[in-house]
Structure formats: structure tokens, C-alpha cells
Design a protein around this ligand. Structure first.
Ligand code: DGY
Length: 348
């Protein structure tokens, strides 16, 4: 699909993206926009090389693509200078290689913070109240009347929410769980989440002033403290060498037997094979996963576990957010091509 065929700058999007604002932004600024409509979901390096061809100024790519040495070298050779991931995460991008070839890299933070946090909160609630299991039970025609023990789950109020990685998304998630469900907070992050701490303190004072039990917060000295103490744990770190398999057999073993673990960050943060084993022997341990170690696949056995809720990497999938991500990705590429500052650079 081609927009503004006579445009001076050739910008490629490796996938159709939601909305039309991003296309208008580029075409209004003399860009010819080419959108790859190839049916297969994940484009290979070879597919993208063919798209870049011998003349290309900028590319908007996806988190499923391997943006490394080969593609950045090809983009440079084609006269390009700009690449943006349509994602906040950029573990699929070798920023060092991009820099080597003089290609500016952008990502799309901000517009997906609340949407992603809402999905993590949804998974937490769904796991706590066994909503997916109960839905399947109803659809299977198994409901034959109210029972005192039917799908008894966990009350979140007064329990402790643990956040690992209290950046933008982790903090938004924490706020939702604290304000929405009056949970106490324990978090682990290399940096102090000052605004989050202030929020919990102020909200605790508000509850107290209204005669309610105040919520509390604690910054954990180690991640293990969070794993040991929290009832619901949500993972929000970036994926890099230090966070690969952050949750493994040993860390699972120190979590509460009835804990809930949520991951809407990146799959390889969890050793998924170890998680499957843990779920098998701990039926009261529940997990809500938006991401998987080896996407789009799940490790054998995971889909059979009733105590696992699995959704296909949809944390940022609200219309507003996805249109915002597309717009920011276009702004990043346009900024570099036109010599303006690019909107978001993961190096900044
Ligand atoms: C991201 O942006 O990194 C998410 O995984 C997809 O929205």
C-alpha cells in the first residue's frame, strides 16, 4: 500500500498500523509512505531487506523483528537515517549497531503506560478471582447451582502488591492496585520511585482521616524480599542480560504458595519451563501472562494449567494507545529525516 507516491522521502512501515493520523503526518511532510501488507505475521530479516531495497529514508518496525547489524547496514546503504520501533520495549533492536551506521532509533513510551498497567491489573484480578476458569466452567454447562466453595479466590484488599521495576508502567500499575483495591505496596527497583511513594503516603493519610486502615509502602532492599512478602507480584523490568530469567526455579520457590504472578513485560524475564513445573505442583499459585519466553509459542504444559491465564501480548492493545504508538513512531522517523529532534530515543 502506497501513500503520496511522489513524496520525496521514502518511509516504510513493516506492518499496517492503526489509525490514519500517522500516515497524514508523514505525507503532509513530503514522505512517500509504503506499508507492507504481507500476510505473514512475523517478517524475517530477508523480508525486510527486500522492503528496504536500495532507496529508503526511514523505517517503522515492529517488536517481532530482528533489528540488528544486517538491517541497519542495509538501511544505511539505502540512504536511510531513521528507525522507530512501534513499541516502548526495544530488546529486538541492537541500538549499538544502529549507532554504528548512523541510524537514529526511536521508541514509543508514554502513550501505553496506563493501557499496559490496566492489562496487568486485569490479569491480577482475573487470577485472584479465577475469572477465566469460572467462564470456562459456565460455557461447559457445568454450573448447576450456587455453592459455598465454588471458585473461591483471593480478596485483594489489605493484601500486598509487589512490583518489580517501578518505572512508568510499574508505578501506574501499583497506583491502580493501591487506590482501586486498598493494597499495601512493596517494590523493588534500582531507582527510588519517589512519586509513587508520595502517592501511597498521601492515600494512606486520606484513608486514615476517613477512619479506614491506611495502606503502607516499602522499598525492598532485594527482589527476593518482594517475592517472599507479596501476595500479587507484577513484573515490569526491561529485558536485558540482567533480567533474563529473573524469575526462575529458585525465585519461584520463595514465593507464597498462593501468590499471583503477572507478567506484561517481556517473556524471557521468566524461565517459563520452571514456571510450568511450579504451576503443576502448586495448584493455588496463579499466574497471568501477556508475554512468553518464545513468542508466539508457549512452553509445553502451560496451556493445560488451570492456574494460568494466558493472553497474546495485548497489554498495549487499546485503540487510543495503538494509534498513539503509530503516531509517535511516525514522529520519530519524521523528526530525524527533517532534522528535528526525534520524539523519543531510548538512549535519552
Ligand atoms: C511494547 O510497547 O514494548 C509492548 O510490548 C507492546 O506494546
Amino acid at each position: 500500500e502506497v501513500w503520496n507516491p511522489s513524496g520525496k522521502y521514502r518511509v516504510i512501515s513493516t506492518k499496517p498500523m492503526p489509525g490514519s493520523r500517522w500516515i497524514r503526518l508523514l505525507t503532509d511532510q513530503d514522505c512517500r509512505v509504503e506499508i507492507c501488507t504481507e500476510k505473514k505475521t512475523i517478517l524475517s530479516v530477508e523480508d525486510i531487506l527486500a522492503l528496504i531495497g536500495d532507496r529508503c529514508d526511514g523505517v517503522i518496525g515492529q517488536l517481532t523483528e530482528d533489528w540488528g547489524e544486517v538491517l541497519f547496514c542495509a538501511l544505511k546503504r539505502a540512504g536511510g537515517s531513521a528507525f522507530s520501533n512501534m513499541a516502548v520495549g526495544y530488546n529486538n533492536v541492537d541500538v549499538g549497531a544502529a549507532t554504528k551506521y548512523g541510524i537514529a532509533v526511536g521508541n514509543t513510551p508514554g502513550v501505553l503506560t496506563e493501557t499496559t498497567a490496566e492489562l496487568a491489573a486485569s490479569l491480577s484480578l482475573a487470577a485472584a478471582r479465577r475469572i477465566v476458569e469460572a467462564d470456562q466452567f459456565m460455557r461447559a454447562g457445568l454450573y448447576d447451582g450456587w455453592l459455598p466453595h465454588l471458585f473461591v479466590g483471593n480478596l485483594l484488599k489489605g493484601q500486598t502488591v509487589g512490583v518489580i521495576g517501578a518505572g512508568r508502567i510499574g508505578s501506574a500499575y501499583a497506583r491502580m492496585m493501591i487506590e482501586g483495591f486498598k493494597m499495601n505496596l512493596i517494590y523493588y527497583d534500582l531507582y527510588q520511585a519517589t512519586r509513587l511513594e508520595k502517592f501511597v503516603t498521601a492515600y494512606g493519610q486520606f484513608l486514615k482521616a476517613n477512619g479506614e486502615q491506611p495502606v503502607t509502602w516499602k522499598r525492598a532492599a532485594t527482589m527476593e524480599d518482594v517475592l517472599r512478602e507479596a501476595d500479587v507480584i507484577s513484573l515490569h523490568p526491561v529485558l536485558d542480560k540482567t533480567t533474563y530469567h529473573l524469575i526462575n526455579k529458585d525465585s519461584l520457590a520463595i514465593m507464597k504458595k498462593e501468590a499471583i504472578l503477572v507478567n506484561a513485560s517481556r517473556g524471557p524475564v521468566i524461565d517459563e519451563a520452571a514456571l510450568v513445573e511450579h504451576l503443576k505442583v502448586n495448584p493455588m499459585f496463579r499466574v497471568g501472562l501477556d508475554v512468553f519466553e518464545d513468542e508466539p509459542y508457549m512452553k509445553p504444559g502451560l496451556a493445560d494449567q488451570k492456574n494460568a491465564i494466558v493472553v497474546p501480548h495485548i497489554a498495549s492493545a487499546s485503540k487510543w494507545t495503538r494509534e498513539g504508538m503509530a503516531t509517535l513512531a511516525a514522529l520519530n522517523v519524521l523528526g530525524k529525516i527533517k532534522g528535528y529532534p526525534i520524539w523519543a530515543n531510548p538512549n535519552n
